[in-house]
Design a binder for this molecule. Structure first.
Ligand code: FAD
Ligand code: SF4
Ligand code: SF4
Length: 632
């Protein structure tokens, strides 16, 4: 394994250790990000740092006589402003909070009826293989004998691994706010939202803490009015729980590489609405609906009912959906208007909206879990189970296991070396259900590299055989998967016309997916002002997106030559917030005020980084702001 030997940015752009004099603070433990993983870590740790009589259970190295000083920095403007499902078996959550059901967490409900619907194409616009069209014909021909309603087949049987029986439907935002209050209520931990970490501090081959983001800088990061250099927080242990697209995790990956045969090539963007359901909704709290097949076969959907006639719903658009117009927002609108969903959603009203990247490489994306001075937890540590589509419980479990390891080391007065963390944290992980289940899931999605049907068959095989049987497939890098526009629309739009539509749109400074999709047969969306709203209205009404001034642009096109040569600008088409638009001379424009920090531009780029083929030509860096809603 490589030694940590330099300071580097997270996007292949090298940054020199700055000569600027920075304020410094010393802590015992510093955490990057307050997602479910860090919440699991801090919930477990904070309860055991102080004895019942108020004396320290273990002593701080930086504040003698006090318990260890534990700080957590979260980039979002408040706790729980991220996006997630969530239906979860809640095994790890219950281990931390045995009475979680009785805790009165808003929007929580026990899982009730679970259904999986195969959605047929009611309008004939979806790109379906010949085999899928044949299957659709057969389903329609025998619909009288099948559980078929409103252009959807309700699968009469679904394998056990897809079920979340006995689990919970939560709003992750509400849950995280509740956990944040519990953790801070112990008095043993401080959580600082609105405070992005810019990078890990690397000293003498070790992670020595973190540097917070500079404030009072220009769009390109140069000191401006009111310049305040980010503070250096030195700590014996840095806990990296910054999620799938976190900059600190990527910085460590760039410095250390990944273990042999590991990679992070598989991604998805999850886009989500929280809605008020109509008064006469038949959906009971706890109802769980999963869909596949439409608007495109590659797109999976979900709908979870909360108490009080509220539902979370959305779609996942994966990186193996080989299209140059990978727009989640437009597809979400078509998904909502499928007759089987519209049946529940007609009359519903948007409350909240957002999007977020999921790391879909799972166990295969696992980085070096621990090193001198640091440990990785959560989705960025490869914890998400890609077979069951479960990430929260797994992320939480990694955090709880790390906390047990840290307590063991603190009590034994042993330093946080690679060796000690591997003997305590990594070993606990290897011995846990997480390892067993993530191994079984590791290759379960490889079939999707060849198409939707092989993908579904591969998942079923892996799920039913505990991972022993799989359909092989070679995961490509995201940028290797993007066909030219002309090829993608071949047979639907003449190549010259497709190019002209794109060029006309780009000349007007707007994305081309809507015009291209409508020319290819997708109906225009008729906005109703309450659920079917324009993308801009979703930003304002649903996302309440904000961008505090004084920070550098966090999305950057650092290889303008590559952007200049790029034909269909996938970053523009896929941007979850319409924050990236076609610019002059080929490089796109970026508008921070519209960015929901989904991280999708990091992998929705059609060109490799000239510095690292595992990365793309787009940079996504830490910043505050984004969504202002704790319902997602
Ligand atoms: C739409 C959607 C639906 C989902 N549905 C489900 C579901 O039903 N069930 C399920 O189990 N899982 C679901 N997931 C997956 C689940 O959300 C993730 O697996 C889980 O959130 C991972 O937790 P984490 O703590 O590792 O990372 P995250 O939740 O990503 O948290 C990381 C935190 O770090 C912060 N951060 C990042 N960089 C920095 C920085 N530089 N400085 C400071 N803070 C930083 C981020 O703002 C974030 O709060 C869903 C995901 C999405 C997007
Ligand atoms: S960031 Fe990537 S997709 Fe966007 S214009 Fe540049 S090369 Fe093309
Ligand atoms: S610019 Fe912002 S909203 Fe657009 S894809 Fe990137 S992170 Fe998401």
């Amino acid at each position: 394994m490589a030694e940590i030997s330099q300071v580097a940015g997270s996007d292949g752009v090298k940054t020199k250790t700055s000569m600027i004099e920075r304020p410094r603070m010393d802590a015992d433990i510093v955490c990057v990000g307050f997602g479910p993983a860090t919440a699991g870590f801090l919930s477990t740790l904070s309860r055991q740092l102080v004895n019942a009589d108020g004396t320290p259970a273990v002593e701080s190295a930086v504040a003698p006589g006090l318990p260890p000083q534990v700080l957590c920095y979260e980039r979002a403007d408040d706790i729980g402003f991220g996006v997630s499902g969530v239906v979860t078996q809640a095994r790890a959550l219950r281990a931390s909070f045995p009475d979680i059901e009785k805790a009165g967490i808003p929007m929580a409900a026990p899982v009730g009826e679970e259904k999986v619907l195969y959605l047929l194409d009611p309008i004939g616009a979806s790109r379906r293989s010949a085999l899928l069209r044949l299957a659709d014909k057969a389903i329609r021909a025998f619909q009288w004998a099948l559980p078929f309603e409103r252009d959807a087949l309700n699968l009469p049987w679904t394998p056990g691994f897809l079920h979340k029986r006995g689990g919970m439907v939560l709003s992750m935002g509400q849950f995280m706010q509740w956990v944040g209050a519990q953790v801070q209520g112990t008095g043993a931990v401080q959580i600082w939202p609105g405070t992005p970490v810019s990078q890990a501090l690397i000293e003498n081959g070790k992670v020595a803490g973190v540097r917070l983001l500079d404030q009072g800088v220009t769009k390109v990061g140069a000191p401006g009015d009111g310049f305040t250099p980010g503070m250096d927080i030195h700590a014996a242990l840095t806990v990296v729980g910054d999620g799938p697209v976190g900059a600190v995790g990527r910085q460590l990956d760039d410095l250390l590489g990944l273990p042999e045969n590991h990679h992070t090539r598989d991604w998805a963007v999850g886009m989500k609405f929280v809605v008020d359901l109509p008064e006469d909704t038949p959906l009971k709290p706890g109802a769980v609906l999963h869909t596949f097949g439409y608007p495109e076969p590659e797109i999976f959907g979900f709908l979870y009912a909360h108490p009080g006639r509220v539902a979370s719903l959305g779609i996942f658009v994966p990186s193996w959906f080989d299209t140059p117009v990978r727009t989640a927002y437009r597809y979400l609108q078509h998904w909502m208007t499928h007759p089987s969903l519209w049946h529940f959603l007609k009359g519903a009203k948007l409350r909240s909206w957002g999007a977020k990247t999921l790391g879909e490489s799972g166990r295969r994306g696992e980085p070096h879990l621990a090193g001198d001075g640091y440990a990785r937890i959560g989705e960025g540590s490869g914890s998400t189970n890609v077979l069951t589509g479960s990430g929260v419980d797994e992320a939480w479990a990694t955090g709880a296991l790390l906390a047990q390891a840290v307590l063991e080391l603190l009590k034994a007065k042993k330093p946080f070396t690679k060796e000690n963390l591997e003997a305590t944290y990594v070993q606990r992980r290897r011995a846990s259900w997480l390892e067993q289940e993530s191994r079984a899931a590791e290759k379960s999605r490889d079939g999707f590299q060849r198409g939707v049907l092989p993908g579904l068959i591969g998942m079923a095989l892996a799920g039913l055989s505990g991972g022993r049987l799989v359909l092989p497939g070679r995961p490509l890098r995201p940028w290797e998967r993007i066909p030219p526009l002309e090829d993608y629309f071949r047979g639907r739009i003449p190549p010259a016309e497709a190019r002209k539509i794109r060029d006309d749109c780009y000349a007007r400074g707007v994305s081309a997916h809507a015009a291209l999709m409508e020319r290819a047969g997708w109906p225009a969306i008729v906005c109703d002002g309450q659920l079917l709203v324009s993308h801009q209205d979703a930003l304002l009404l649903g996302g309440k997106v904000q961008a505090p001034p004084g920070y550098a642009d966090h999305v950057a096109f650092v290889f303008p030559n590559e952007c200049g040569r790029c034909g269909t600008k996938l970053c523009v088409e896929a941007c979850s917030g319409q924050a990236i638009t076609p610019g002059e001379n080929g490089a796109p424009n970026f508008d921070r005020e519209k960015c929901v920090h989904c991280g999708a531009c990091l992998w929705n780029c059609a060109t490799a980084s000239p510095e690292n083929p595992e990365r793309t030509a787009a940079a996504f860096r830490p910043a505050p702001g984004g969504l202002h809603s704790a319902e997602n």
